[in-house]
Design a protein around this ligand. Sequence first.
Ligand SMILES: [Zn+2]
Ligand SMILES: [Zn+2]
Ligand SMILES: [Zn+2]
Length: 145
Amino acid sequence: MSDLCDFPRLLARQGVKATALRLAVLEVLGAATQALRAQEILEMIRARRRVNKVSVYRILDDFTRRGILRRLAVDDRASLYELACEHHPPHPHFQCRQCGQVQCLDPAPLSRMWAELQGPLGNRADRIDIRVAGICHKCREIAEN
Ligand SMILES: [Zn+2]
Ligand SMILES: [Zn+2]
Ligand SMILES: [Zn+2]
């Protein structure tokens, strides 16, 4: 999915300089199949280069403010981040009550609602947050065995 993303261009559109660290943050998130915690992003970047925590957290905040990233509010100590570019439209999330894992769901059900909100009524949505709670398949398997 992230093959479609052109990160240097995404940053240029925002008037942000494409530093190696900013690109690394976007690449890590582009390669992920699920939303990531700030700590996980930091560790993945650290596997490749030396970097301090504050710089990464500052980039995450800045990108969220600019709408490049989405910060998911989960009732957990840590926020989760994911790309919010046109290739990653808003979608519902499923969170397991047991292990806390958050899965990204298909964006299709939200796409119509989103399109309607940008429509003739003149509303402009910039945020949609639908979270479904339950027990994930892994935790169910453990419980049944
Ligand atoms: Zn993209
Ligand atoms: Zn679970
Ligand atoms: Zn997601």
